[in-house]
Design a protein around this ligand. Structure first.
Ligand code: ADP
Ligand code: MG
Length: 382
């Protein structure tokens, strides 16, 4: 939807013109899975799909909000009253962020808000983080709160952890808040330091959702976390970030074979993220592709969080690209999406191969998104 059409929606709902515009993107993780809670590295990239907010300041303490995606569910709450869960699940993302900011001692003013997002929901592109960061960015801009992008990201994460009750890490919010145009972001999850790495113009980012119904993801996630903690304890390191393959080999005899493989995966994945960042920054795409390929195999064989449908999608894409690209499962696992990197000229081949083979082999239909890198949080006056 164009900004002009969005302005018309705002005018219709609030009988005034908006004077503040905020946008914040969804993201895909290029590499670095299950490394975040091990204090390791991740390499996400913000996408062109963004959540857009138009707003005006109110004279009172009310938040009145609409989302184009939930037009029949108008949201309203009072910043001066205790913030509780509302009638609409989507409104809780606004409430959660407001509650966190008030809890930090910030003064917030009432707002009229109209939201529209191109970030598909529940497709692994983190529409929730895009919304939290956009709302945090809006309060920050209007109230001149002076928050850094990292503070806005932390606030979004806290809202999701405390109010939405989803125990996500910081990656999604941090990339949405801090992304630079045409770049991925190396994030060190130990101290949250970041480094932008530019993405070659000809590199296509395809996100292909397997639409495999995710099951057992929570219990399996907890099992992986526990195994990582066990291995770190055996090596006497605070987390797997401080571990190494030498240290792991030294305690191998004392470890369960499965725990050994889980730890090996994380230790090697951290190195792969750093190697991938280096390959990307030097434009060495063949090396990047081989790291991605190895990462998927490690997810499959050592961390064991892939499913036949995502393994199948990876195989279909890799075969179509014949070495001129790479594909791996992205996200927490047990279904979800794969990310495929290739030359922009080759995306048609991938689409054709997925359409010809995925449904035939897995009785599922994949959603294919051809993505572009995008910039991060932006707030301005209209
Ligand atoms: P995702 O993987 O996309 O982040 P989540 O389940 O974490 O999936 O978040 C999706 C939820 O975020 C939606 O159900 C909705 O409550 C909220 N949300 C996302 N985008 C919008 C939007 N454009 N307008 C209102 N709420 C939204
Ligand atoms: Mg989410």
């Amino acid at each position: 939807m164009s900004l002009d059409t969005l302005k018309q929606h705002f005018q219709e709902k609030f009988s005034q013109a908006p004077d503040i515009y905020v946008s914040s993107p969804g993201r895909v993780n290029l590499i670095g899975e299950h490394t975040d809670y091990n204090n390791g590295f991740v390499l996400p990239c913000a996408l062109q799909y963004k959540t857009h907010i138009l707003a005006t300041k109110r004279d009172d303490s009310l938040i009145k909000a609409y989302s184009l995606q939930y037009l029949e569910q108008p949201e309203e709450f009072d910043l001066n009253a205790e913030i509780m869960h509302g009638d609409w699940a989507w409104g809780d993302y606004l409430r959660g962020v407001a509650k966190e900011l008030l809890g930090q001692g910030h003064q917030l003013t009432g707002l009229n808000i109209f939201i529209d997002s191109q970030v598909p929901q529940g497709s692994g592109l983190s529409s929730s983080a895009a919304l939290e960061v956009a709302v945090g960015g809006l309060f920050n801009y209007v109230g001149k709160l002076g928050l850094s992008t990292q503070q806005i990201a932390r606030t979004g994460q806290a809202a999701e952890n405390n109010f939405i009750d989803c125990q996500c890490g910081i990656m999604d919010q941090l990339i949405s808040a801090e992304a630079k145009e045409q770049s991925a972001l190396l994030i060190d999850c130990r101290d949250l330091s970041t480094r932008s790495v530019s993405i070659p113009e000809n590199l296509a980012l395809m996100v292909i959702n397997s639409n495999y119904p995710r099951k057992l993801a929570d219990s399996e996630y907890n099992e992986r976390r526990a195994a990582c903690e066990l291995a770190a304890a055996a090596m006497g390191t605070p987390s797997l970030r401080e571990a190494s393959m030498e240290k792991l080999e030294a305690v191998k005899a004392t470890l369960d074979e499965v725990v050994y493989r889980r730890a090996k995966y994380v230790i090697c994945e951290n190195q792969r993220v750093l190697d991938a960042e280096k390959a990307l920054s030097t434009g060495d795409l063949p090396t990047l592709y081989s790291i991605m390929k190895e990462a998927h195999l490690a997810l499959k064989n050592d961390f064991e969080i892939t499913v036949p449908a995502t393994d199948g999608l990876v195989d279909i894409c890799m075969e179509a690209l014949d070495g001129k690209g790479a594909c791996r499962q992205t996200g927490g696992g047990f279904g979800g999406a794969v990310i495929c990197l290739c030359d922009k000229a080759d995306t048609d081949k991938v689409v054709a191969a997925v359409e010809a083979n995925y449904h035939k082999n897995f009785s599922l239909t994949a959603d294919i998104l051809i993505c572009e890198p995008g910039g991060g949080l932006n707030a301005s006056s209209l």
